[in-house]
Design a protein around this ligand. Structure first.
Ligand code: ADP
Length: 476
């Protein structure tokens, strides 16, 4: 994240979600059903245009019905053509119709068919337009399957008997011819319905088989991904382990070699050394032993954090005073690194004194370690805008690249920058620091500009005022 002055900022890294979730196919099924419905509508639309054309031909060539009925049929067919044209445009533009769309067009077809039947003079008319009814039954079969086709056939048959037989003012009883036609209506309905049922069940089976195959493929891919991840993790563990061994060896070698050389000098040349040299050698041994002690302390801390045995003893702490004491006790060479300290008085937190000292010491020692001679260090402690206590250690050192910042807090993580290759370290300090700060309910923040310097801060919640008040009463 870039800060207002172009510096890089880092605020707690979020975990990445693990891949390989199984896929949900309900969308595919829904989509395929809608697709089948749409192609059903397209098929009925083609049928409708064909029937319309056939009815037009029937109306004008060899039609023996009255001229009035010819005119009416033309008008009805023209209206139907307008509806069909609208439906065609809608379907061609990729609209996916629902069931209600089929119901509406069926109703329109039924209206056209019955009015033509009525106007042409019923089923006893010389020219028969019943083909519109066949279309209606087949289209219902395509849309609604066998039950839809049979229901349409029953409705059509009833209308055919009633509307077709109602000529003048009386209802003529259906003749054998009419009964034969009704039988045909039902027959067409059953055949169309069964065909459609067969087709849709084949399509369904094919779709389910494809989904099953895709599911198996998914599972295999998931397993492969997990396997790959496992292998990568093992490789990573191996790499960390060997890096750890070489790092420990290196880190131990330096102080041990120094102790050995100085102790050897003391042992074998004691009589030739003056008092100040002897003292300097003893001091050197002490410093190296302290460095070894700190190293062991870091390893122990990490081990305790990992096994959840890192314990805390919280107490109410005057942070202003505490930070000042820690900074004063830090062996800072003012010649090498000018130090500025700005601490707001009266900052109270609940903290473990020993652990928090580890945090401040670590930030101070990094500020010094990763700064060239002359690079100033500043320590600040104040209440931030969100009313949290903020302690910052600023240096004018190497600085870091933005992309490196998220790695800093990982265990054993060191930035392999050629500017800092000769600086020794374990890559554990910031990991331990962050764990301690988190255990205090706080967080770490980093701002850095490559080549200019860094500011490492931690924020902690302010101690509750009731707690502060009660301590004041007790100490008064
Ligand atoms: P160590 O200092 O022992 O390597 P840390 O965990 O304290 O381990 O720091 C991790 C890495 O972060 C260091 O190796 C260094 O590359 C980088 N780093 C930490 N503090 C600073 C700083 N003040 N300036 C520049 N780089 C830093």
């Amino acid at each position: 994240m870039a800060g207002p002055n172009g510096e890089t900022r880092y605020i707690e890294v979020q975990p990445v979600p693990s891949p390989g979730q199984p896929t949900d196919y309900s969308d595919v099924i829904r989509d395929s059903r809608a697709g089948v419905l749409t192609s059903g509508e397209r098929i009925s639309l083609i049928g409708r245009w064909v029937v319309l054309l056939a009815a037009l031909i029937l109306n004008h060539f060899g039609n023996r019905n009255s001229p009035a009925s010819v005119l009416f049929v033309d008008a009805a067919l023209a209206g139907w053509a307008v509806v069909n044209a609208a439906v065609s445009v809608v379907l061609l533009r990729g609209y996916r119709p629902g069931r209600w769309f089929g119901l509406i067009t069926t109703a329109i077809d039924l209206l056209v068919a019955t009015s033509i039947l009525y106007v042409t003079g019923g089923y006893s008319a010389p020219t028969d337009f019943s083909l519109v009814f066949y279309l209606l039954i087949i289209a219902s079969g395509v849309r609604f399957g066998l039950p839809g086709a049979v229901a349409a056939a029953v409705v059509v048959s009833l209308l055919y008997i009633v509307v077709g037989g109602f000529t003048g003012s009386a209802l003529t009883p259906p003749s054998g011819f009419v009964l034969g036609r009704i039988f045909l209506f039902l027959f067409v309905a059953v055949v169309a319905g069964l065909l459609v049922r067969d087709l849709t069940s084949r399509l369904d089976r094919a779709l389910h088989a494809a989904i099953e195959r895709a599911g198996q493929l998914d599972e295999t891919r998931r397993r492969e991904a997990l396997e790959k991840e496992r292998a990568q993790r093992l490789e990573e563990i191996d790499r960390v382990r060997s890096e750890f061994v070489s790092m420990v060896t290196h880190e131990l070698q330096t102080p041990i070699a120094s102790i050995k050389t100085q102790a050897d000098t003391l042992l074998h040349q004691q009589h030739r050394l003056d008092q100040p040299t002897r003292e300097a050698l003893i001091e050197g041994i002490h410093r190296s032993a302290a460095a070894l002690g700190a190293l062991i302390e870091d390893f122990t801390s990490v081990n305790r954090i990992d096994t959840e045995h890192f314990t805390y003893r919280f107490e109410l702490l005057d942070l202003s005073q505490f930070v000042r004491e820690v900074v004063e006790s830090f062996p800072m060479d003012a010649q090498k690194h000018p130090l500025r300290v700005r601490i707001e008085p009266g900052l109270q937190v609940r903290a473990d004194r020993k652990r928090l000292q580890q945090v401040v010491m670590n930030l101070l020692s990094n500020a010094v370690k990763y700064s060239p001679r002359g690079g100033g260090v500043a320590v600040m402690a104040f209440l931030d805008r969100e009313n949290r206590v903020k302690v910052s250690v600023h240096d004018e050192g190497l600085g870091m690249r933005e992309e490196d910042i998220p790695r800093l807090f990982e265990k054993f993580s060191r930035l392999f920058d050629k500017r800092s290759l000769s600086i020794s370290g374990t890559g554990l300090g910031l990991y331990i620091t962050r764990e301690i700060v988190r255990a205090h309910g706080g967080e770490m923040l980093v701002e850095s500009v490559w080549g200019k310097g860094s500011t490492f801060s931690f924020v902690l919640p302010v101690a509750a005022s009731s707690e502060v008040a009660s301590t004041k009463t007790t100490t008064a």
